[in-house]
Design a protein around this ligand. Sequence first.
Ligand SMILES: [Zn+2]
Ligand SMILES: [Zn+2]
Length: 149
Amino acid sequence: MVHTWTVRVPFDAEPLLRNAALRVTRPRVAVLAAVHAHPHADTDSIIRIVRGDLGEVSTQAVYDVLRALTVAGLVRRIEPAGSVARYEARVGDNHHHVVCRLCGDIADVDCDVGGAPCLTASDDHGYVIDEAEVVYWGACPACSTAASS
Ligand SMILES: [Zn+2]
Ligand SMILES: [Zn+2]
């Protein structure tokens, strides 16, 4: 795993929710904390984590919260081709992702040059471009080691 350094940072979801004008509810706090603690988790994993935290909570409730958090910009939804939707709490920095073709693991890759759109289109066709979505594909260290041994 390239991206996991498990440091227990106390995470306070409430001010984030308040700043985004979202009412603070236990499911919202739990989902935001789960996404923060498990970057690039898919919906099923988030449901599992939230249930471990809150007890019974419906799948639909978690979907609804994820949608609200995404719309509010507190959570970023990423969906590499062929992968289910993943969520992360690292928002607003236009970072990219590297995806393992074999196991689907995802890691963050900082922007090439700093700010969005990061890459300059060779022909913008007159569009005002504000984002370039870059996904690097390959084999993660665990999978490339397994393949060569
Ligand atoms: Zn892999
Ligand atoms: Zn990311």
